[in-house]
Design a protein around this ligand. Structure first.
Ligand SMILES: [Zn+2]
Length: 301
C-alpha cells in the first residue's frame, strides 16, 4: 500500500504520536475579543484544558511510560505557566502553535512573521530552547509559512495532509520534515460542539470516535504508516474519552512493534535515514503554484 515505506527504529511496524493542541481560551479571544470575557461557559469549557485535562493526560502518559508532543499557542504558555511546567516535567515536547491561534494564511507575510517570531521567543523563554516543530493553528498554513520555518531553522511541520508517512517540504532554500495527519485523526470532527464558534455537530460516543482512531492505527500498523492524532485536551481529556484513550494505548502496546515518540524524535529519525541514504523520501516543493492558475481569467478587483 505504501510504495516507499520508511524504516522505523528497531524494526517497529509503525510510529505513533499522540499529539495534543492545548488552545485553551486563546481561540475565544481571537474569535470574540470584546465579548470573550462575557462568554463564561465557553471560557470554562476551554480552561478545562490547562486546569483539568492536561494534568490528567500527563499522568496518563506517565502511567504508560511514553513521552509526547503538546502544541501550545505562545499566549497560553505565558498565561498558564504551571501547566507548562507539568508538561516539561513529564519530559514532553512543546511545539509552536502560533501566538494567539491566529491564522497565518489570513495575515500579511510581515504579520505572520511577527507572530511567528514572537512565539519562538516565548517558547525559548519558557522551555530554555527554541521550538523544533510547528503546527499551524486550524491548519492555516500559508504560502509563506515554509519560508519562515526554513529561515528560523525549525526541523519539522505537522500541519499538512499530503501523505501517510513523513515527507519533505522544499522551498528551494532548505527543507523541513513534514509529519502529516488528516481530518479523521482530529477530535473536533467527532466530539466538538460549541455555539460560540458556530460549531454544532452530533457528538459521538467515545467508543465510536475511538473506532475511527483504532482503525487508522490498525492500518498504520499493518502497512508501516505514521499515526498522529490532532487532539485537544478539552475534548479527549474529558473523563469518558480519557478512559477510552487509556484503553487505546493499552491496545497499541499489546499489539507490539509500535514506536511511541515525540514528533521531534520522529523528525530526527527521518533526517537520519535520509542523510545516511537508507530511505528516499518523497519531496513536495512549495509553494505549489506561483499564484492563481492562468487558465482562468483573474477577477477584476
Ligand atoms: Zn489549535
Amino acid at each position: 500500500m505504501i510504495r516507499n515505506p520508511i524504516p522505523w527504529p528497531d524494526g517497529a511496524r509503525c510510529a505513533v504520536a499522540i499529539t495534543f493542541d492545548m488552545d485553551a481560551d486563546s481561540i475565544l479571544h481571537l474569535a470574540h475579543h470584546e465579548q470573550a470575557n462575557n462568554k463564561v461557559m465557553t471560557m470554562s469549557m476551554l480552561r478545562y484544558d490547562p486546569e483539568v485535562a492536561v494534568p490528567r493526560l500527563v499522568d496518563l502518559f506517565a502511567e504508560f511510560g511514553i513521552k509526547q508532543t503538546f502544541f501550545l499557542p505562545a499566549w497560553c504558555i505565558e498565561r498558564y505557566p504551571a501547566t507548562v511546567e507539568l508538561i516539561l516535567k513529564g519530559g514532553h515536547e512543546i511545539g509552536h502553535h502560533g501566538y494567539l491561534h491566529e491564522h497565518p494564511n489570513e495575515l500579511k507575510p510581515e504579520e505572520e512573521l511577527y507572530w511567528f517570531d514572537r512565539s519562538i521567543e516565548a517558547i525559548r523563554k519558557a522551555t530554555g530552547q527554541p521550538p523544533r516543530g510547528f503546527r499551524a493553528p486550524s491548519y492555516r498554513f500559508s504560502a509563506k509559512t515554509l519560508d519562515f520555518l526554513v529561515e528560523r531553522g525549525l526541523s519539522y511541520d505537522a500541519s499538512l495532509m499530503g501523505d501517510d508517512i513523513p515527507y519533505l517540504l522544499d522551498n528551494g532554500e532548505g527543507r523541513v520534515v513534514e509529519l502529516p495527519s488528516h481530518y479523521a485523526m482530529d477530535d473536533w470532527a467527532h466530539f466538538m460542539v460549541a455555539r460560540d464558534f458556530g460549531y454544532m455537530m452530533p457528538i459521538k460516543a467515545p467508543s465510536h470516535g475511538m473506532d475511527v482512531f483504532r482503525e487508522e492505527f490498525d492500518a498504520a500498523w499493518r502497512y508501516g504508516g505514521l499515526w498522529i492524532s490532532v487532539w485537544h485536551p478539552m475534548l479527549m481529556g474529558r473523563l469518558a474519552r480519557a478512559a477510552a484513550l487509556a484503553d487505546l494505548i493499552a491496545y497499541m502496546k499489546d499489539k507490539g512493534g509500535v514506536w511511541f515518540a515525540k514528533l521531534e524524535d520522529i523528525a530526527a529519525h527521518v533526517r537520519k535515514v535520509v542523510a545516511d541514504g537508507s530511505w528516499k523520501p518523497r519531496i513536495d516543493r512549495l509553494p505549489y503554484y506561483p499564484g492563481p492558475i492562468p487558465e482562468l481569467p483573474r477577477k477584476a478587483t
